[in-house]
Design a protein around this ligand. Sequence first.
Ligand code: SF4
Length: 225
Amino acid sequence: MYAEDEYLQLSGIQHYAFCKRQWGLAYIEQQWQENVRTVEGHLVHERAHDVSTEHRGDVITSRAMPVSSRALGISGECDVVEFHKETAQRDDAVFLPAYDGIYSVVPVEYKRGSPKQNEVDALQLCAQALCLEEMLSCRIDAGYLFYAQTRRRQHIEFTDELRGEVKRIFQEMHELYRRGVTPRGRRTKSCNACSLRDLCLPALEKKRDVGRYIDGEIGREEAEA
Ligand code: SF4
């Protein structure tokens, strides 16, 4: 169990999974740059956060819901949490004050663009689900990622593997954060889509040049020996 002053930002997992160095620069070194991609992301999120609660038929929709987990040591916000009224008794459902019946819990995360080939968004959604499970004492089997470009929901199942990966990543992030270590990076094609590339790449290139110089000097000394 983590103390509140040790909590990391839940949303950091998507940056960490994209590039550990990006997460370190943004969250350990507090460097951040707004670029088109992040701004577009904010606009999608603002639309998701227009209303706080809405009740339509058998679904109650809560927006911008704060969540946290002592077990994972994280806090953040869910874009949308839907509570679906159940007709039959279910052990994994929850009671809601001021509403009749029991409800299953379904997190929905809004994203710019279209579904990705990697697990980055699914990891963030699963982290939200783990927070909700801890806070509401329930079980959440699946949630949705909504993509602005396709305007479609992608069903994400919270498998044991995905849950395990979320826990492993946050443990690793806590360790790095505690030590204040920004992970090293290397140039990949992901760098083209990185909001911190103008900060990161010159520093990476410089480190590589220094590394090359040291290697060269050692090689020269060995040759002369
Ligand atoms: S520029 Fe590349 S290595 Fe640097 S933080 Fe971004 S993705 Fe990571």
